[in-house]
Design a protein around this ligand. Sequence first.
Ligand code: FES
Length: 179
Amino acid sequence: MSEPNETESPERRGLLKKLAAIFVGGIVSLAAPLSGLFVFFDPLRKKKRKTEEFIRVASLDTLPVDSIPQRFSVVADRVDAWNKYPNVPIGAVFLRRTTETEVQAFNVVCPHLGCAIDQKGEHYFCPCHNSTFSLDGTVNDPSPSPRGMDALQVEVRKGGVWVKFQNFRTGTEQPIPIS
Ligand code: FES
C-alpha cells in the first residue's frame, strides 16, 4: 500500500481535488445535452423508406397479356427525418404483362435529365429531348438518354403486381440507385 505523500502540500492537494471535481462535473453536465442531441438526430440515422420493400401497384387483372404498357402511380408511406406521411405518391411506373405470370416494370423517370417518359403504341418516348425506348426498355438510336429505362423488380402475388420501387441518378450510363 502506498503511503500518503508527506511532501505534497495541502494547497496542491486542494487544487487536484478541484480539478478532479471540475472534470467530473463537466462530464456530468455534458451527458444530458449530448443524449438530447442523440435523440434529436436519431431519426436521421433511420432509413427513410425501406427500398427493399415491395409495394402493391396494381391488380394483375388490369393488365392483359402482351398489351401496351400502362402507367400506375406508386403509393406508399413517405417518411422523412421526423415525419411520416401515409399513402402518398412516391413515383410512377409502367407495367406491361409479358406472359400469364410475368410483368415488366419500368420507372417513368427518363434517365437523361429526369422528365416523365410517355408511352405511345409500340414504344416509349420522352417529350423533353426526344429520347425513345423500345417496349423492353432499351434506348433507341439516336437518343440523348445515356441508358435504357430503369427496370424495377416485380413480383406477382395473390393476383397483385408488387414492385420494388427505386429511383436512379440521371445522366449516367449505368443505373445508380438513389437512397
Ligand atoms: S429528359 Fe428525357 S430525353 Fe432529356
